[in-house]
Design a protein around this ligand. Structure first.
Ligand SMILES: [Zn+2]
Length: 63
């Protein structure tokens, strides 16, 4: 996901924000941010061929 896709997502999310509670909104944004920062060989990306594992690239641990 590149930066322009993230910006588009944020715009759409902002428009939908009135239908979403604050915590859910933050969680979705966090997932979008994580999808950008995980290494391409992170275990999270093993699916669907393999069972996706817990993060092993360190991106999750950096929070
Ligand atoms: Zn990872």
């Amino acid at each position: 996901m590149d930066q322009s896709q993230i910006d588009k997502f944020k715009d759409a999310a902002r428009e939908a924000h009135c239908n979403m509670d604050e915590k859910a909104f933050d969680e979705v944004l966090e997932k979008v941010a994580q999808s950008k920062t995980h290494a391409s060989d992170c275990a999270l990306h093993n699916g669907p061929a393999l069972e996706p594992g817990p993060c092993d690239c360190g991106a999750t641990a950096q929070q």
